[in-house]
Structure formats: C-alpha cells, structure tokens
Design a protein around this ligand. Structure first.
Ligand code: C5P
Ligand code: MG
Length: 163
C-alpha cells in the first residue's frame, strides 16, 4: 500500500529598501527586498512549512526560533534541508511541490525557470515535479501596495507500507 500525505505552507515578509529580494535562492534585481531575521526567502519558508505540515511536525518557528542567533541571516536552504530530512527519516519521499508567490512588482516570469530549477535541485526533484506560479495582488492591500509579499506551497509525500 502507498500512504500519501499533503502539507500546506504560507509565509509573508515586509518589503524594504536596501534588502535582497530572494526567491528560492535566486536574487531578483529590485529596489526593495525582504525585511527578515533570516534571508527572508518567503518561498523557501513556505516550502519548509509545507514539508513540516506533511509529517505533522508543527511549523518553522518551532524548529528555527527567530530569537536564536544561530539562524540570524541564515540561508533558508538550511530550513528546507532540515525539514526534508525529517520527512525522509520517517520513510517518506517527496512526490511534488507546487507554489505561488504573490508579489505586485517586479514581474517574475523571466526568472521562472531559474527559481524552479533551484527549488527542484534543493528538494531533490526533477523540474517537472516542481511548479512556481506568480500573481500580483491587483494593487489591493499590503501586497498590492508593495509593502509586503506572500508565498504559498503545497507538497505531497508518499511512503510504501506492507499493509
Ligand atoms: O496577478 P495577475 O493575474 O495579473 O498575473 C498575471 C500573470 O503575470 C501571472 O500569471 C504571472 O505569469 C505574471 N506575474 C509575474 N510576476 C508577478 C506577478 C504576476 O510574472 N510579480
Ligand atoms: Mg489576475
């Protein structure tokens, strides 16, 4: 039998001048970027929470408290790798990752393949099992007014059992 599980993740960060706008490790040239304790990579934070969710292990703040100096400026790759390790320890493999980034500006579509390839390499999947979608917020609310950006992720994991 195959046991399937799904996990959901969401993150947001404020945008501020002089910070990096970084999505799945790809730096996007722009006049603002994420204000955060770590590198602020909302896409990797959402994927981390989705992986933790699939194995019912709480959320990113439980595993990497933002009060802990060891995570200051941390590359978010480490959060994903840690969560993936917890998934694999329980005998699961990752089947696919789907994501959405909600950002008013700049347009991200020229970076789609780079972001997708980086995310796929990070989670150890072929590109055709990883998807990255982009949406504006139609100029409405804090995301639409370019004060912040959001990311959503959903993952499916599976493991084979005897039963
Ligand atoms: O939000 P909206 O539906 O207007 O977005 C239309 C398309 O623009 C999206 O499907 C996406 O391909 C692209 N987009 C983008 N970068 C953004 C927001 C949207 O490339 N920051
Ligand atoms: Mg639309």
């Amino acid at each position: 039998m195959t046991e399937y599980r799904t996990g959901l993740g969401w993150d947001n960060h404020r945008l501020a001048p002089g910070r990096l706008l970084i999505l799945a490790g790809i730096v996007i040239p722009h006049e603002t970027g994420f204000e955060a304790h770590s590198d602020g990579d909302i896409l990797l934070h959402a994927v981390t929470d989705a992986l933790l969710g699939a194995v019912a292990l709480g959320d990113i703040g439980m595993h990497f408290p933002d009060t802990d100096p060891q995570w200051r400026g941390a590359s978010s790759d480490r959060f994903v790798q840690h969560a993936l390790g917890l998934v694999r320890e329980r005998g699961f493999e990752l089947s696919n990752v789907d994501t959405t980034v909600i950002l008013q500006r700049p347009k991200l579509k020229d970076y789609r393949e780079q972001i997708r390839a980086n995310l796929a390499a990070l989670v150890g999947l072929p590109n055709d099992r990883v998807n990255v979608k982009f949406k504006t917020a139609e100029k409405v609310g804090p995301v639409g007014q370019e004060l912040s950006a959001e990311a959503q992720a959903i993952v499916t994991i599976l493991r084979h059992t005897d039963k």
